[in-house]
Design a binder for this molecule. Structure first.
Ligand code: NAD
Ligand code: TYD
Length: 333
């Protein structure tokens, strides 16, 4: 199988590339990544010399490049590439629309031209918007409330349209908040862990009572792998961890494990339009035979431990050093 992973140098994409290479030794994995601020080849250092792995630096919105890659004969395409940080989307939405919507369009067009066995559009629970009580099912209305989730909703429905209109074998997945190794330290868990290690304040938005459902990144990878073969064309699948938690609860867990004082918590002005709660009903996927591994506290501990053990990885990012270093390394190859 020839598998195109876009955004494979980011958090979830890099975990998926590693997962794919170790679970499917017959797969050839191509990682197409633009290497934005969030893309980091260090995330894949352990697999870079694997003969089944190839990195291509480029933009998913570059129609010529994307078309050329698909002309090699891609069996599976998993589109992880996106601008992903809500706070950045509030400050400057343009890149979100270009990458998340236009980039997805370029991939879908190339997939339509050359054919694929499966195209997975990695969407998010954020496309549903916020829910006060109960949980979203796949048929619920989409009410995205910030430029990130709105651009992801555009890509989500555009991908579906290529199935409905052209018969492309598209599957859309909507996952909840991921956590695990290699997450860029601007997102809640890695930001708070790395700040706490350095005794720096943890900026908790608003009253800290916003709720997210946390999915361990390897469980997300296993769900995607499962859906490559078991998903039904044109269908949407919610993928959640079943671990709903308020931000203040997570913050306290992080501080407790690191044996740091709760005085580090610094309540700050709330995010604009901050979604109160995300919650997914995953019974559709669970009924098909997938389930998350469970044991949230252990997985969170394991994740915190990873950041403590891999200081070099995040210190380079936080100091802004890594990008220049890696682009130079790559140029010299
Ligand atoms: P990330 O920000 O860590 O990584 C994104 C990757 O995409 C980076 O490597 C970046 O260089 C690359 N990229 C950005 N623009 C590109 C472009 N134009 N062309 C090629 N590559 C480009 O993101 P992540 O957290 O790993 O999320 C991956 C996907 O999963 C996204 O589509 C996101 O919407 C979705 N998702 C994420 C979460 C989560 O909690 N992180 C939850 C549900 C869904
Ligand atoms: P984030 O990791 O940005 O994911 P998302 O907004 O996509 O859910 O944020 C998770 C939650 O943590 C969200 O409710 C916002 C909150 N948060 C803070 O309180 N402080 C922070 O510094 C960050 C980055 C997030």
């Amino acid at each position: 199988m020839k598998v195109l992973v876009t955004g494979g140098a980011g958090f979830i994409g890099s975990n998926f590339v590693r997962y794919a290479l170790s679970n499917h030794t017959d797969w050839e994995v191509i990682n197409l990544d633009k290497l934005t601020y969030a893309g980091n080849l260090e995330n894949l250092k352990d697999v870079e010399s694997n003969p089944k792995y190839r990195f291509v630096q480029g933009d998913i919105a570059d129609e010529e490049l994307v078309n050329k890659l698909f002309s090699e004969g891609i069996d599976y395409c998993l589109n992880f590439a996106a601008e992903t940080h809500v706070d950045r989307s509030i400050g400057d939405p343009k890149d979100f629309i270009v990458t998340d919507v236009q980039g997805t369009y370029a991939l879908l067009e190339a997939a339509k031209t050359h054919g694929v066995k499966r195209f997975i559009q990695i969407s998010t629970d954020e496309v549903y918007g916020s829910i006060q009580e109960g949980s979203f099912v796949e048929t619920d209305m989409l009410t995205p409330r910030n430029p990130y989730s709105a651009s992801k909703a555009g890509a989500d429905r555009l991908a579906y349209s290529y199935h409905a209109t052209y018969g492309l074998p598209v599957v859309v997945t909507r996952a909840s908040n991921n956590f695990g190794p290699y997450q860029y330290p601007e997102k809640l868990i890695p930001l708070f862990v790395t700040n706490a290690v350095d005794d720096q304040a943890l900026p908790l938005y608003g009253d800290g009572l916003n709720v997210r459902d946390w999915l361990f990144v390897e469980d997300h990878c296993s769900a995607l792998d499962f859906l490559l073969t078991n998903g039904v064309d044109g269908e949407i699948y919610n993928v959640g961890g079943g671990n709903e938690c308020t931000n203040i609860e997570i913050t306290k867990k992080v501080l407790a494990q690191l044996k740091k004082s709760e005085d580090l918590i610094k309540p700050v002005k709330d995010r604009q339009g901050h979604d109160r709660r995300y919650s997914l009903d995953c019974s559709k996927l669970i009924a098909m035979g997938w389930k998350p591994s469970g044991g949230f506290d252990e997985l969170l501990e394991k994740t915190i431990h990873w950041y403590v053990e891999n200081e070099d990885w995040w210190r380079k990012i936080k100091s802004g050093e890594y990008k220049e270093y890696y682009l130079k390394q790559y140029a010299n190859r």
